[in-house]
Ligand binder design. Structure first.
Ligand code: NAD
Length: 296
């Protein structure tokens, strides 16, 4: 099977390379030539546009793009997938976008006989590289079954959560949990540091207890060295929290803690830190408390 792949950024690049390693043929495209050339050097065919990729793919096109407007452009815009895909083609959108946008794009594609599932991921660049992403899917079961084996070449789990949009609802839930975990970790380490306790010792002491978490294990080694190299950029987490706030407000669900973390991310964006890793949230607390959190 030849898979179309559009969007070769921090995540799409290693994900497409894992499909190549697993023996799939790929026709790829990205607006950034250097990214496309790197995936072509790894064995993919070079596509000229999303339309071209869709025309040359055999049944499945994966998209891994920043946000809803990019997915709309790539799927429905000029030289978009909709212009090249044969009826029956399945679009697997693995970007994290607004659930409502997934439903809108799927509806427009369906009018041309093109199917879609939303399949956003969690795990970040390290898990994209080692093929162990957690994949959360929305769509029809028959479409999920068609690509489940392929998804499991990029991830270690793929769960069908409901109909189209349910993958992105699940991803919003994931992003709320991650953001609040990072904020909790940041408050704790700033408090410990100002109280004169080595935050590395705090991490070592609490990671095996109830406060332990995947977030704590992944982010503590970074923040204790002042390393904010992304990973997952603050600007992308702002995008996800905005999608969470919009979706929640539309449904009549107040999410005050998410709103609080959003404002901290906004302050960091104004401070020129939008491209830092989201673990860099701790810089908001460091500034407020006048300390730097570093292991001793
Ligand atoms: P990225 O910005 O590194 O990559 C996006 C790619 O899409 C870029 O290479 C860009 O050139 C390309 N692109 C944008 N518009 C395009 C167009 N019109 N045609 C073709 N290519 C286009 O982002 P990323 O970190 O790879 O994230 C992708 C998605 O995955 C986002 O929705 C993000 O929220 C989600 N995600 C990221 C991480 C992470 O840790 N980076 C983790 C989980 C989920």
């Amino acid at each position: 099977m030849k898979i179309g792949f559009v969007g070769l950024g921090i995540m799409g690049k290693p994900m497409s390379k894992n499909l190549l390693k697993a023996g799939y043929k790929i026709v790829a495209y990205d607006v950034v030539t250097a990214a496309l050339d790197e995936v072509v050097a790894a064995g993919a065919e070079k596509g000229a546009s999303p339309k071209d990729v869709a025309a040359r793919a055999e049944g499945v096109v994966v998209t891994m793009l920043p946000n809803s407007p990019h997915v709309k452009t790539v799927c429905l815009g000029k030289d978009g997938i909709i212009e090249g895909a044969k009826p029956g083609t399945l679009i697997v959108d693995m970007s994290s976008i607004a659930p409502l946008a997934s439903q809108e794009v799927a509806k427009a594609l369906k009018e041309k006989g093109i199917e879609m599932i939303d399949a956003p991921v969690s795990g970040g660049e390290p898990k994209a590289i080692d093929g162990s992403l957690a994949i959360m899917v929305g769509g029809k079961e028959e479409h999920f079954n068609k690509v489940k084996d392929m998804l499991l070449k990029m991830g270690s789990s793929a769960v069908l959560c409901g109909d189209i949009g349910a993958g992105n609802v699940t991803k919003l839930a994931n992003q709320i949990c991650v953001a609040l975990n990072i904020a909790g970790m940041s408050e704790a380490y700033v408090l410990a540091t100002k109280a004169g306790v080595d935050p590395q010792k705090v991490f070592d002491a609490i990671k095996g207890g109830l406060a332990g978490s995947t977030v704590l294990n992944a982010k503590s080694p970074m923040v204790l060295e002042g390393n904010y190299k992304p990973g997952f950029r603050i600007e992308l987490h702002i995008k996800d929290l905005q999608n969470a706030l919009d979706t929640a407000h539309e449904l009549g669900v107040p999410i005050p803690l998410t709103a609080g973390v959003m404002e901290m991310f906004q302050a960091l964006r104004v401070d020129g830190k939008a491209k830092d890793d989201h673990g860099g949230l701790i810089q908001f607390y460091e500034k407020a408390a006048g300390v730097k959190v570093r292991k001793k």
